[in-house]
Design a protein around this ligand. Structure first.
Ligand SMILES: [Cu+2]
Length: 269
């Protein structure tokens, strides 16, 4: 029985590890400036934690077999081993703090360092159960948002609650698809109206919670033209599964054309 358990534990360990070695479970190819650095950090974390995982599970199987029930064997009570406990606590602490320090740069670059001056700004609002994308238009200024003006039945502007009496609202547009130019930084201002959502664009290695009452800035720079899926990564209610869509990365000319068309469309209303 002990031997059978050893093989079951080892089999589960090796089979689950194989999916990671073979990259069956992996993210789509990165398409943003930060992707390479984040992937490197990911790989280091996986390798180090993988070694710990394999060692612990292989040892578990071995001990299950070694200390299996044998006839006339007397159980022995252990008070633990202070030296060993100190060793693995300190090693775990070093690993944990070390990985945090190594990843701090990739984390802070996108969040705490301001986006370059030529960045475009898109306000992303999560609401049960949709995402709204607002562009400030040529004046580069977002109109005020007023909770009392939120009325999804009044179209996209109403969905976000844009105060239409604010002059800056004239050229604001709110759309359901996010379009951005390639090779240019995109400053995202994340908001949530009701509960916590999370804006996740796997190919951009972009993931950030949207929290009611906060406007959270984070930026990224797409490096390849294409359509990339985004999804809400915070279970936010029954319709959570519906909160996905496409981020379209296009050339600067296409972006300018698209934006001008949307503004013209809105003014024609
Ligand atoms: Cu959500």
């Amino acid at each position: 029985m002990g031997l059978a358990l050893l093989f079951v534990i080892w089999l589960i360990t090796l089979a689950s590890s194989w999916f990671f070695f073979s990259k069956t479970w992996w993210m789509p190819a990165g398409a943003s400036a930060a992707a390479a650095g984040i992937d490197r950090q990911f790989a280091i974390t996986y390798a180090l934690m993988g070694i710990v995982f394999l060692a612990a599970q292989l040892a578990l199987g071995l001990f299950v077999w070694k200390y299996r029930d044998k006839e006339r064997m007397k159980a022995h009570y252990s008070h633990g081993d202070t030296g060993l406990e100190m060793t693995w606590t300190v090693l775990t602490a070093i690993l944990f703090i070390g990985l945090n320090l190594a990843g701090a740069k990739a984390w802070s670059e996108q969040r705490f360092q301001p986006a370059p001056a030529n960045a475009i700004t898109v306000e992303v609002t999560g609401v049960q159960f949709a995402w709204y994308f607002r562009y400030p238009g040529p004046d580069n200024k977002f109109a005020k948002v007023n909770p009392a003006d939120i009325d999804a039945s009044a179209g996209n502007m109403g969905g976000v609650g844009v105060d239409t009496t604010d002059p800056a609202a004239k050229d604001d547009i709110v759309v359901g698809t996010m379009v951005v130019p390639v090779n240019r930084d995109v400053q995202v201002m994340l908001r949530a109206q009701d509960v916590i959502h999370s804006f996740y664009v796997p190919a951009m290695r972009f993931k950030q919670d949207a929290v009611p009452g906060l406007i959270i800035p984070m930026h990224f720079r797409p490096t390849a033209v294409g359509d990339y899926e985004f999804a809400c990564a915070e279970l936010c209610g029954l319709g959570h599964y519906k909160m996905h869509g496409m981020l379209k990365v296009v050339s600067q000319e296409e972006y300018d054309k698209w934006l001008a068309e949307r503004i013209a469309e809105k003014n024609a209303e």
